[in-house]
Design a protein around this ligand. Structure first.
Ligand code: G6P
Ligand code: MG
Length: 216
């Protein structure tokens, strides 16, 4: 049985992956190296500082901790500037209908995001009322693929991991779900999300009924 659904935010409910990409690319441009959309796949679901480490590795650069904090802060200022202009129109297709259908079927809903900016996004898109619990990067100490964020989410909605299904667009997120003892639905491409229990291209036309079929 399914008691709860735990949702990643960036790339699953809203299309913020493009803003993360634009901001990281802007930083790479400033540092003088090429950063492609394909490189960006490696950053999905990964915490801010870990993302910076991957970016710098791609650019073949090393910096001390203090400089790295300044660079991450710089990227975040740009990113926050982009997401501050978001509204409901940037909720991905099918999301609101699916969340409403889950609720109608008595499924509890939690957010499990690595982002420290999750509340800005949820507020601007008016998604807050859809959640029974919100766990984001301000509540966690270990980043995905560590299962912490989803275990906290499961606990917050009083469900055991085996009664939870995680929705994720990142490889690190699918691994986090698996390590936490949860089933997962990969939202995106089978090439990156092959380890998920099931994979869908997007949440468009997703329903509770469909979910039961997918993971049974
Ligand atoms: C999500 C995104 C990552 C991002 C991370 C931290 O998991 O997929 O690309 O790096 O959140 O986000 P933040 O908003 O705290 O920098
Ligand atoms: Mg994501």
């Amino acid at each position: 049985p399914i008691e709860a659904c735990l949702f990643d935010l960036d790339g699953v409910l809203v299309d913020t992956a493009k803003y993360h990409f634009i901001a990281w690319k802007r930083l790479a441009d400033e540092l003088g190296f090429v950063f492609t959309e394909q490189d960006n796949e490696r950053l999905k679901g990964v915490s801010r500082m870990a993302s910076l480490d991957i970016l710098l590795e791609i650019g073949g650069l090393t910096f001390d901790e203090e400089t790295k904090l300044t660079l991450a802060e710089k990227k975040n200022t740009w990113y926050v500037d982009y997401i501050s202009k978001m509204d409901e129109s940037e909720i991905l297709p099918g999301v609101l209908a699916f969340l409403t259908d889950l609720r109608k079927n008595g499924i509890r809903i939690a957010l499990g995001s690595a982002s420290k900016n999750a509340m800005i996004i949820l507020n601007n898109t008016h998604l807050v009322p859809y959640f029974d619990a919100i766990i984001d990067g301000t509540h966690t100490s270990s980043a995905k693929p560590d299962p912490e964020v989803f275990l906290l989410g499961a606990k917050a909605v009083q469900s055991k991991p085996e009664a939870c299904v995680v929705f994720e667009d990142a490889e690190a997120g699918i691994e986090a779900a698996t390590r936490g003892g949860m089933r997962s639905v990969g939202v995106g491409s089978p090439t990156t999300l092959g380890q998920a229990t099931a994979i869908v291209p997007s949440l468009e036309e997703m329903t509770y009924e469909r979910l039961l079929q997918l993971i049974s």
